[in-house]
Design a protein around this ligand. Structure first.
Ligand code: NAD
Length: 375
């Protein structure tokens, strides 16, 4: 509209936005220089203290200028995520330049491919041993310094067995399987050299390894695989040491129970007389987020989830007890026991303790972001 009275203000806003773009370009180019320095000196791309101090300082400065502190924190966190991704472009310093050859078994798969890429970006020679390569296994594994197993869970133990004739004492044998006790025991059985079990607590679609967690279960000769953990830290991830059985116990809840209930919810919804498009059109931000979390499971690998859920009897026992909790919860309503529901609700509230408030705050941010994406 030619005579729109908002035009002059809009023009100024456009101008400010353009300046913001120029400032962001400048910031990204400074970050690129930081990336280069970190690469030269082998510094981790994620520096938690620097990040916390910087956010705190900018919040104070923003407030003193009448800009909401949460706004600047949101903007900066998004900008920093971009920065971590672009810091990768320079590659990473190798923590052990003596390592000549890393073999990733399953290196053409999703997670194996991701790790093979990170190793290459760190200057290591990487070779993949995938399912059609076994006739050349001799050549592929000859002289390897580290062998990293990253194959479907149901094949992992057999493949570790199959590796045995090719392993030599100096090799580090590691795996990236989502379950840890059995693969670790199998690696220790077939190999007399260094062994370590790793579980990246993320999928292959991450944009950066900064702030991600890798669970680490010690096997044998930690001093020989120290460089591998140091390398993962340089990529920005946090290495969390844990006993393999404890890890698997935690995964009953973090993975098996969660994947199962998400699957059951999706299955149930798909059998209901509802249209997804209509639910989405009417959804609140939290429902949209919930649907997104459920829907994303079904965009992934069914076999991986089947194996994670079926990993051990404990998983099924806990899942069965979920059925029990479901029946108990339903009974409050079937029996019109409003008071019973409220009292159970209070107990759970108490169990969550301070986390309840913290989660309310954290989820508010997520919901706001989900809402921002709405068109
Ligand atoms: P994927 O199916 O993408 O990759 C598996 C790879 O193994 C494929 O390239 C396949 O060809 C190869 N393979 C199959 N049989 C083989 C054989 N006999 N010899 C050599 N290679 C063989 O699966 P993925 O998602 O990358 O998962 C692999 C491992 O990573 C699993 O142990 C899984 O638990 C673990 N993991 C996956 C994720 C994830 O989100 N995808 C996250 C953490 C851990």
């Amino acid at each position: 509209m030619i005579n729109n009275p908002l035009n002059p203000l809009r023009e100024q806003i456009d101008l400010v936005d353009q300046q913001l773009i120029q400032l962001l370009a400048k910031r990204l180019s400074l970050v690129a220089e930081v990336g280069q320095v970190k690469h030269q000196h082998g510094l981790p791309i994620y520096a938690p203290e620097r990040e916390a101090l910087m956010i705190q300082a900018r919040r104070q400065e923003a407030e003193s200028q009448g800009v909401p502190a949460d706004l600047i924190e949101d903007v900066l966190r998004r900008v920093m995520r971009e920065s971590y991704t672009s810091e990768n472009r320079h590659g990473f310093k190798a923590t052990n330049p003596e390592i000549q050859k890393i073999v990733v078994v399953g290196g053409r798969g999703k997670l194996g491919g991701l790790f093979a890429g990170y190793f290459r970006q760190s200057g290591y020679g990487v070779v993949s041993l995938d399912q059609d390569d076994w006739e050349n296994a001799d050549t592929i594994l000859a002289g390897a310094d580290a062998v990293i197993v990253c194959v479907p869970i149901d094949k992992t133990l057999k493949i570790i067995d199959r590796l045995q004739p090719f392993l030599t004492e100096k090799m580090v044998l590691a795996d990236l399987t989502s379950v840890k006790a059995e693969p670790l025991a199998k690696m220790l059985e077939v190999h007399s050299g260094a062994v370590v079990g790793l579980h990246p607590m993320f999928g292959p679609d991450i944009s950066t390894m900064a702030k991600q967690v890798v669970a680490c279960c010690h096997g044998r000769f930690a001093e020989r695989y120290e460089w591998l953990l140091a390398q993962i830290k340089i990529w920005g991830a946090k290495v969390e040491q844990i006993d393999a059985k404890e890890h698997d116990h935690a995964m009953t809840y973090i993975q098996a129970l969660r994947h199962f209930s998400t699957f059951a919810y999706g299955l149930h919804l798909s059998q209901q007389p509802v249209k997804l498009s209509q639910l989405l059109a009417l959804s609140s931000p939290i429902y949209r987020l919930e649907l997104a979390m459920i829907g994303r499971l079904f965009a992934q690998d069914a076999a991986l989830y089947a194996d994670i859920i079926a990993d051990k009897p404990e998983n099924l026992a806990v899942i069965k007890s979920l059925k029990q909790s479901f029946a108990e919860s339903l009974a409050f309503f079937e029996q019109g026991d409003r008071e019973g529901f409220i009292s159970a609700f209070e107990k759970v509230h108490h169990w969550f303790g301070d986390y309840s408030e913290q989660f309310l705050k954290e989820s508010r941010n997520l919901l706001q972001q989900a809402h921002d994406l709405r068109v």
